[in-house]
Design a binder for this molecule. Structure first.
Ligand code: PMP
Length: 445
């Protein structure tokens, strides 16, 4: 008999990542996306869902872009794979040049990975290797931030600030990891637009850790400039500058994890430029290929790269790499993405849509059942008052209601995050928030 994906999803072998699997089984038909075009995903049961989070923060140019499809096909016909160890290919080298040209000037080398998790683990390894090569092997400590999300590798999980995730895999955590206190002040800064005015001094928490451990033992600090996965938590004005200053003063490397903020989400190529703070490394993934093929990477400061190049001629400089590092298909897509961004000026478009999204979401400020709303760039998040008996249940309910109301949503706990495609129209953004506001009212009534 013919394969029925809905039936198989309900009873078959597929283990869905990071999901309430049992819930999916109840309504499998609505969970199968069979095609997508532009800002809409089409499900097996015939709905067209507006893609409110651009996939998982990864498809800002929308789905099915003909220039991306053409680039992928052409590359597949020309060169579908080549090893990245000792060999490479023109598409990959070109993409590295172009990404470095987009980044702050000091960051001029790119190491490619296949995902954000791999990019984070790679950056942490580069930090350790850099200090060791400079005779500072004692700088083994890594510092993350509460509520930070840095993927699921053991490195990223260790520096990540989501406590239940770390606890589940406690036996595999890196040694010597600490977390900066979170920056969000729900009492003082609720419903603030863009960056909260107060709170730069929370960066001084890094001085507390330096005092506790001795600066000479700390290798790197890794932060998301805007915390994405835990609900668009925007840094207070001046906070990142202050972190930068403290790191510089103590010889600690500063890594920005820009897996979400990179490639235009904040209306600039990277958050580093939006906030005017230059880190020592930037991790990226997701939008670099518009989600079409997996790719991530690390942008590295010039002299960090050079440190690895000073040994004997035939030495292996950095014993780290992936079978698919710099995959030609991913690189071809990355180049097509940057062509489209340039030709259609899409980072500027994201910036010009920021006030539209801001007005729309803050129209819901202090509505019943809403605790906080945050926004920056083309991203926003709404905290819903949890059901005291079942935290997170309202988020799941809103997700399900979204499916019936033409919205593909992203709810983490009782927080709804929004990061629509750059190609959205102002009316689509207003409609999205209008529908969402009604769904929130329904579940919190
Ligand atoms: N870092 C950040 C900031 C992320 O948002 C994510 C994914 N949401 C990751 C790392 C991990 O990326 P991936 O899922 O591609 O491994």
């Amino acid at each position: 008999s013919e394969f029925d994906p809905a039936r198989s999803l309900a009873t078959g072998t597929y283990w869905m990542p990071f999901t309430a699997n049992r819930r999916v089984r109840k309504d499998p038909q609505s969970r199968l996306i069979v095609s997508a075009k532009g800002s809409y995903c089409h499900t097996q049961d015939g709905s067209a869902l507006f893609d409110t989070l651009s996939g998982l923060w990864c498809t800002p140019l929308g789905h099915g872009h003909p220039r991306i499809v053409a680039a992928l096909q052409e590359q597949a016909q020309t060169l579908d794979y080549c090893t990245g160890f000792q060999m490479t290919n023109p598409a990959t080298v070109r993409l590295a040049d172009r990404i470095a040209a987009l980044a702050p000037e000091e960051l001029d080398h790119v190491f490619f990975t296949n995902s954000g998790s791999e990019a984070v683990d790679t950056a942490l390894k580069i930090a350790l290797g850099y200090h060791r090569l400079r005779g500072e092997a004692g700088r083994f400590r890594m510092i993350g931030r509460e509520r930070g999300y840095h993927g699921v590798g053991f490195g990223g999980l260790s520096v990540g600030g989501i406590v239940p995730n770390r606890k589940m895999f406690a036996a595999g955590m890196l040694n010597g990891v600490d977390h900066l206190r979170h920056t969000h002040d729900p009492a003082g800064a609720a419903f603030s637009r863009g960056q909260p005015a107060e709170g730069a001094d929370r960066a001084d928490d890094l001085e507390r850790l330096v005092g506790l451990h001795d600066a000479g033992t700390i290798g790197a600090v890794i932060v998301e400039p805007v915390q994405g996965s835990t609900g668009v938590i925007v840094p207070p004005l001046g906070y990142l500058h202050r972190l930068r200053d403290i790191c510089t003063r103590h010889g600690i490397l500063l890594i920005f994890d820009e897996v979400i903020t990179g490639f235009g989400r904040l209306g600039a190529p990277f958050a580093a430029q939006r906030f005017g703070v230059v880190p020592d490394m930037i991790t990226f993934a997701k939008a670099v290929t518009n989600g079409v093929v997996p790719m991530g990477g690390v942008l590295v400061r010039h002299d960090i790269y050079e440190t690895f190049m000073t040994g004997p001629e035939n030495a292996i400089e950095f014993a780290h790499g992936y079978t698919y590092s710099g995959h030609p298909l991913a690189a071809a897509v990355g180049n097509a993405v940057l062509d489209i961004v340039e030709d259609e000026d899409l980072f500027t478009r994201a910036l010009s849509l920021e006030p539209v999204l801001e007005e729309a979401v803050h129209h819901l400020d202090r509505a019943p059942g809403i605790l906080d709303i945050r926004n920056i760039g083309l991203a926003a998040a709404i905290d819903i008052e949890p059901d005291p008996r079942a935290p997170g249940a309202r988020g799941l309910e809103i997700f399900d209601l979204g499916l019936k109301n033409n919205l593909l949503l992203r709810c983490t706990g009782d927080t709804v995050s929004l990061a629509p495609p750059f190609i959205s129209t102002p009316q689509e953004l207003r409609d999205m928030v209008g529908i969402l506001g009604r769904l929130i009212a329904t579940v919190t009534r």
